[in-house]
Ligand binder design. Structure first.
Ligand code: OFO
Length: 171
């Protein structure tokens, strides 16, 4: 049975993952209406992944005898200055999520809840991957600046990334 302290910390993370999904959805919408269809597809897919991260936590909390709770969320930003602004925000958000997962892991360890610690290992690894992907994208965008031809190619590349098969991450 999951301890109350761990359960409520997990519920906070459920909220963060849900917010991540909505934030990326909002970014995808901005990209779609601003002529970046590839980046939009990439971010729509990220939004789906974050929803999957949320659901995985929901099932875990419920399966351990707790109860997942949905909380009120603030509306995500809807305006971005540029594609580079979007991905800078994604990077910062992922770093924030990494820190929150680490804090959550610490809560579990303090409670000697090694089962939850073990479960959270998946998220720790996932964050390494996501930060790596986002930093590569951001480096490319920074390199080309706001040059149109370059942005066109990056958008195309992001579209290809979105079309690539999803690895069996959820398992
Ligand atoms: Fe992008 O991360 Fe969820 O966990």
């Amino acid at each position: 049975m999951i301890k109350k302290t761990v359960e409520s910390a997990m519920n906070e993370q459920i909220k963060r993952e849900e917010f991540s999904s909505r934030l990326y959805l909002s970014m995808a919408i901005w990209c779609e209406v601003n002529g970046y269809p590839g980046a939009a597809s990439f971010l729509f897919r990220q939004a789906d992944e974050e929803r999957m991260h949320q659901l995985k936590l929901v099932h875990y909390v419920n399966d351990r005898g707790g109860k997942a709770v949905l909380m009120a969320l603030t509306a995500p930003e809807t305006h971005f200055d540029s594609l580079s602004h979007v991905f800078k925000q994604v990077m910062e958000h992922e770093q924030y999520i990494t820190a929150s997962i680490n804090d959550l892991f610490e809560v579990a360890m303090n409670e000697k809840d090694y089962t939850t610690g073990n479960f959270l290992q998946w998220y720790i690894n996932e964050q390494i991957e996501e930060e790596k992907t986002m930093s590569t994208i951001l480096d490319k965008i920074n390199l080309i600046g706001n040059e149109h031809g370059g942005l066109f190619h990056i958008d195309k590349e992001l579209g290809l990334m979105a079309a690539a098969p999803v690895e069996a991450k959820a398992e």
